[in-house]
Structure formats: C-alpha cells, structure tokens
Write a protein that binds this ligand. Structure first.
Ligand SMILES: Cc1ncc(COP(=O)(O)O)c(C=O)c1O
Length: 459
C-alpha cells in the first residue's frame, strides 16, 4: 500500500472553485428556476435538506438508475432520494401497481388488503409480529418513542450522539453540533438541533457515543440513580449519517443485553438500513432483534410510507388502547400498492444478491484508487449503501467523525461527481445508495470519476 499523501489545501481550494464554476455553467435552467421558486417557496425548496448554494439542482424526471435535471443533464443516481429509491426510478412493477390502484380509488382512511399483505411480509422479514403504518421516517420514530413511553411509563429517551432520526422534537437533539460543544464523553450534552425545540423536551433526550456499550450502560445507571431510567434506546444498528459507520463486533449484542436487563425498549431505527442493506434490514444482517423497528424510505418505493414493527409485548400498548397510533393517511392504498409490488416483485432475493455484488465492486474499486494514490481515507459499506470516508483514521462515532473527517475533500468530491454525471447525496454525512437497476457500468463510472479526482488531488 502506498504511503498516505499529505493533501495540498490550496490545491483542494482551487479544485472546489473550478468545479463549482463548472457546475454553475452546466445548470443555468436551475438558476432560473431558483429565481422563480424563491419568491414563493421558502429558500426555493420543499425541505431545507434540498438547499444548495448558489442554487439547488432542480430535477425533471427519473428512469431506472438515471435522473435528468431541468437543463437536460443526465446523471447516474447514487443519491436515490436519500436512499429511498433502491428500486430505481419508475420501476415497471411499481408503476403497474400504482396505475391499477389509481382507478380503484386512492384513499379511504379505512384498511385495505394490501396493508395486510405488506405487514405479513414485513413480519416475516424482520422477525417482528405486529405492524402499523405512518407516512414518513419522522412519524415512525415519533410513534415508536411514544409506544416505548406508554409501555414503560417513563419519559427519558436515550439516543446515539450524532444520529438523525427525523424532525420531531424528541430526536432533534445532539446531532450536527460543533466539536467543542459535544461535552464530556461520559456526559455528552443534550443540545437542540435548530430553533423551536423546547428546552424541557431537549432535556428528556440523552445521548451516548456509538460503539461503546459500556458507556451506554454507565449512563443508564446514572440516569436510573437520578430517577430517570430511559423508556427506550433509539439507534441505527449501523450509523448512516456519518457516512457509514458499522457496529463493532459484539456491540449490538451488548446493547440488546443491557437494554433487556434494564427493562428498556430497544428501537432500531431502520429508516435507512431497513430493506436497503438486506431483505430484513439490519435486524437480519446483524442477527440482533430489537423490540421495535422503524421503517420508511425504501418501504414506499417512492411514495411516502413509514412503518413501525414490534414484538407482541411492545405493540400491546397500541393494541390495548393505551397509546394512540393514528393518522389519516396511514396505510394509504397507493403507498401500500407500491410497497406490495416493491416487496414481492422488486426487492427479491436475487435483487439483494445483485446489490451486494455491485456494492462489493464499487467498494473494491474505490479502495484500489485510495491505495494507488495514497489518499487519506477508506471505503466502507453494506448492502446497497456505502461511501468513501475521507479521514486518516477509522470513524467509529461522532467524536472521531468530527475530529477527523476531511470536510473540504468531501465537499469537493460531491461537486466533482456532479460534473461527471454522478448524482451523489449532498452533505458530509451522507452515503451512496445503489438501486437494483444499477449496472456494473454505472459503478465503474463512479470509480473512474473517483480515480480522476484522486489523480488531481495528489498530482
Ligand atoms: C435514520 C433516519 N431516521 C429517520 C429519518 C426521518 O425520515 P423522514 O425524512 O422520512 O421523516 C431519517 C431521514 O433521513 C433517517 O435517516
């Protein structure tokens, strides 16, 4: 392996400037659309996660593994709607199911058969017997936490520092904060993520570092001594918003054992991992079954859908009426038709095998580039997901991510990809998501763009 190159910061700055200029030149129609959008759409976008300087790239359509922006640029989609479109765009099986459903009526707020069929399949895949639906990942984690609170009669929520679980108050805590505000590792700070979140709610959520079961147990014991034993631990089994951070061997098993011993509900937030890293998500992949799983993103095949799955005991709080798990659009027939077609016709065992093979090829290709040029970084991934983490050392939690991830190179890689027809998820926290219709050629195009970048960075 080549020795690790010290990167020239001035060179990185020049490359960012050059590539941003190129992207701006390639996207004049997006610039015009932004000018129009910003007078009515706040910030010119539908969600703040779509903001981009100097303007967002507006998309016109998607088909298979490609999307086209309003300037007509065709991009290979590795963003895939923040990991929602593992099926690829406009998949014929999902389109057919939606067309059939359209003429039968699209919403009743009454149960339909598809909702049962989808629940049966999710129960089989995740090994959890009871399910309910909602419309997004945020709703799924909100409901899961309420169920845990209703079940235990406790209020404190334990989460992993740096993990994102959606935009409701209980989980908009201790994510994306400055390194010097994290606090002491044994006593990490509870900090609001943006304005508008009541301090009283923030204080009910306590964060611990990922990949450190002992630190989790010590914090639980201290909270217990303070009369604040948590209702639940909510976590991603593999973190998907520090790039990809895999659990260390034994970590998830230890968390399962600790939560069980303390009578705490364990929630695996599988909004990103579920249906994307294996048929039965992280639960299947790592062989650890929590009390509750939350799903969204890939579940709806492009329609807004979320789900909460749990053990009989966990979901008894809903079954016996203690907790209201409700919503006018829960189990919406269009979303259920798409989910059914997706689960039975698209996300098949063959599809997962293909995703695995493609991801292996992509990870191996990126690793070869890193070694050839001696870049400070490594490729990491699982199932449909992965990334190159630009860091001289392995990231295991938020603290190591903040301390070591090279923000500038990560920013450069995004814009560099965009100019080479690779649509990657923006932001230093994100990863790629492959779809079942991606090909070896797509993956090789990604590797070729990365090779070119590595050459320019070190040349
Ligand atoms: C792990 C995780 N949980 C929950 C959410 C929230 O999902 P949504 O944006 O559908 O509300 C996200 C969104 O990125 C997520 O990554």
């Amino acid at each position: 392996m080549a020795s690790v190159a010290a990167l020239d910061r001035a060179r990185i700055g020049e490359l960012i400037e050059r590539e941003e200029r190129r992207l701006n030149e390639r996207t004049p129609a997006s610039a015009r659309m932004f000018e129009r959008a910003r007078s009515t759409l706040t910030g010119g976008v539908a969600s703040s996660y779509q903001l981009h300087e100097p303007w967002p790239i507006y998309l016109a359509r998607g088909s298979g593994q490609f999307v086209w922006d309003v300037d007509g640029n065709r991009l290979r989609d590795f963003h895939n709607a923040f990991g929602s479109m593992v099926q690829g765009h406009a998949h014929p099986a999902i389109s057919r199911a939606l067309e059939e459903r359209l003429s039968l009526g699209t919403h009743f707020a009454a149960p339909t058969e598809d909702a049962i069929v989808v629940a049966e399949e999710l129960a089989r895949r995740f090994g959890l017997p009871r399910w309910r639906y909602c419309n997004s990942g945020s709703e799924a984690t909100m409901d899961a936490i309420r169920i845990a609170r209703g079940l235990t009669g406790r209020e404190t929520v334990l989460k992993i520092f740096g993990s994102y679980h959606g935009h409701h108050d209980a989980v908009m805590v201790s994510i994306g904060v400055a390194y010097d505000e994290i606090g002491d590792r044994e006593n990490l700070a509870s900090l609001p993520y943006g304005a508008g979140i009541p301090r009283a709610v923030v204080d009910l959520t306590v964060a611990v570092p990922f990949n450190d079961a002992d630190a989790m147990e010590r914090r639980i014991e201290r909270l217990d001594a303070e009369g604040r034993l948590p209702a639940c631990v909510i976590m991603e089994a593999a973190m998907m918003n520090l790039g990809v951070v895999l659990p260390e061997p034994g970590y998830l098993e230890a968390v399962r054992e600790i939560t069980r011993r303390h009578g705490i509900v364990l929630i695996f937030d599988e909004v990103k991992t579920g249906l994307a890293i294996a048929a039965g998500g992280a639960t299947e992949r790592f062989g650890v079954t929590p009390d509750i799983v939350t799903l969204a993103k890939t579940l709806g095949g492009g329609l807004p859908a979320g789900a909460i799955g749990g053990t009989e005991e966990a979901m008894s709080a809903v079954e016996d009426g203690r907790v209201y798990q409700v919503g006018t659009y829960n189990g919406n027939p269009l979303a259920m038709a798409a989910a059914r077609a997706s689960l039975f016709e698209v996300l098949t065992p063959d599809a997962y095998e293909w995703l695995e093979r493609l991801n292996d090829r992509l990870l191996a290709g990126c690793t070869t580039v890193i070694e050839r040029y001696g870049l400070p970084g490594y490729a990491v991934g699982i199932g449909a997901k992965g990334c190159v983490t630009f860091s001289p050392q392995r990231i295991v939690d938020y603290e190591s991510f903040k301390a070591h991830q090279d923000v500038e190179v990560t920013e450069l890689a995004w814009v560099y990809n965009m100019n080479r027809g690779i649509f990657m998820t923006p932001g230093r926290e994100e990863e790629w998501t492959l779809s079942v219709v991606h090909t070896e050629e797509d993956v090789d195009a990604y590797i070729a763009a990365f090779d070119e970048l590595a050459g320019e960075l070190t040349g």
